[in-house]
Ligand binder design. Sequence first.
Ligand code: GDP
Length: 317
Amino acid sequence: MLLHHRLLPRMLISSSTPVNTSLLLHRTSGCPSPTRRILSPWCTALSHVAAPQTIDHSDSDELLGEVQVQLPLDRLFVPPGASVSAGDTEAVTTRVLKGSNIVLGPYARGDANVIAADFVKSSVRPDDCPRDGLPEFALVGRSNVGKSSLLNSLVRRKRLALTSKKPGKTQCINHFKVNDSWYLVDLPGYGYAAAPQEARTNWDEFTRNYFVSRENLVSVFLLIDASIPAKKIDLDYASWLGQNKVPMTLVFTKCDKRKKKKNGGKRPEENVENFQSLIREYFEAAPPWIMTSSVTNQGRDEILLHMSQLRNYWLKH
Ligand code: GDP
């Protein structure tokens, strides 16, 4: 299934790679040095955590100003059309999108902002999806991961994603056209415990068919809740995408939620790193990842810039 236009992640087919659980993300106030030997230079990205507005903060216990994230160069996502060399560390630092491992390359343009967004259609089969060939990004994640909130935040509309929550549409592929030139696609949530097993299996198959057959799919945005430890179903999903060479960006949601340490809760940065260490073996090169919050809008502009550079590269190749 090699699709010409796709930005394929390079794969490492290995099941024996040891799982590396060492923490690579450090708070500035904590230990700043790497806990394992890294041969390449380090790069720093600032993850800004702003004050919250509304929504469920029952389990938040503190807010941090800025969390400094240190990454080795080989954990960065260098977009197609850009390059990074080891002597380049300082220049690269300024080009990493805040709260992510994504380097900003030459294809990021001033067209990142959303001017207009409209619901176009709900499709029950991949074949029914729009056929105008515009580039698209698909959002997928476990039910309740914050997909609708993120979609609304990206397009700066409070209720646009409600369309996808209407009865009869939750199991559909819902297309939203942005700036008349590209699509955001809302896919059915997975792991919904209340759904009968048969329905769940059908949704899975249906979504997987979409992933492998949709030629204008530039990247899947897999949403992962960063306020809780990694869940098996999410790890399986990510590794399936990796093994099937479906381009993927990991979007960590709810990064404003900071669980109480004394209750054994981990900080979002720790959950983020842990998730990646658990899927690393399925990817030869680090997939792009970004931390977000629909409460603070953390990561919103950065995701749009990332989409812009992927889209513009895709359109040119
Ligand atoms: P969906 O089922 O994936 O579409 O998830 P929703 O967007 O409906 O969100 C599920 C729940 O998580 C709701 O109670 C939201 O208010 C909450 N939520 C979503 N995003 C965030 C976030 O970034 N931070 C916090 N604290 N809560 C969020």
